[in-house]
Design a protein around this ligand. Structure first.
Ligand SMILES: [Zn+2]
Length: 223
């Protein structure tokens, strides 16, 4: 989790009052490998509303400074989640909208499915991370396109740990000999498809054999 800090919902309220509500403006593209630049963008109304939503949902988080990392990669309107009620490993910056959807999915789909289908409480979610400055992996047609991870708008979820000690991984659970593990993963996958714009599972391609890719876009793409 890293940067444990004092920032909390109160900080978000301060930002809410300070922002002047213009829309995010896309930063001008800078060369790949350029030094990260902190941007002085006004916090968009959408981001302010999202920060307020997280505070209302009792989420502890820090707003991150808007940064342009070069090569079209940027982190804008993003947060570092500190406490969403269940530990999530490996999370760095996430666009606030992605974080909000991810939290709702974890609380209202994954945790109840663990209890109902696997008979034990969810105690940890494992991820392969959110922000990464890179192109799409595993699809020749899209190989030159920047990944949703390059704008902190996607997260890769790899496993779920239960109170009884079981660890259900996407890699082994998707085609597990245990039907309850398969059902659990199918149920949370279809719930993810109702919440996120793009969801990629082991059924999509080999690059996704070991995780669910969850992206907050408008693609309505569920595989
Ligand atoms: Zn991904």
């Amino acid at each position: 989790m890293g940067r444990g800090g004092l920032a909390s919902g109160m900080f978000a309220v301060t930002l809410l009052l300070a922002g002047c509500g213009r829309r995010d403006e896309a930063p001008r593209p800078r060369p790949v490998g350029a030094r990260p630049v902190t941007l002085n963008l006004p916090t968009s109304r959408e981001t302010q509303a999202c920060f307020a939503d997280l505070s209302r949902e009792q989420v502890r988080f820090s707003p991150l400074p808007d940064r342009d990392y070069g090569g079209g990669c940027s982190v804008i309107g993003s947060v570092q989640l500190i406490d969403i009620g269940v530990p999530v490993t490996n999370l760095k910056g996430m666009r606030c909208g992605l974080a909000r959807t991810f939290i709702a999915w974890t609380r209202h789909a994954v945790a109840p499915a663990a209890r109902q289908i696997l008979g034990s409480d969810l105690v940890r979610v494992e991820s392969f991370g959110s922000y990464a400055c890179r192109n799409v992996v595993g699809s020749a047609a899209n190989a030159s396109r920047l990944s949703g991870h390059a704008s902190a708008n996607a997260v890769d979820i790899s496993a779920f740990v239960l109170a009884d000690g079981r660890r259900v991984t996407v890699l082994n659970g998707w085609r597990s000999t245990d039907p309850t593990e398969r059902e659990f993963l199918r149920v949370i996958h279809s719930s993810a498809c109702k919440r996120f714009g793009t969801v990629l599972s082991p059924d999509y391609n080999a690059a996704h054999a070991n995780h669910l890719h969850l992206e907050d876009d408008a693609a309505r793409f569920c595989r």
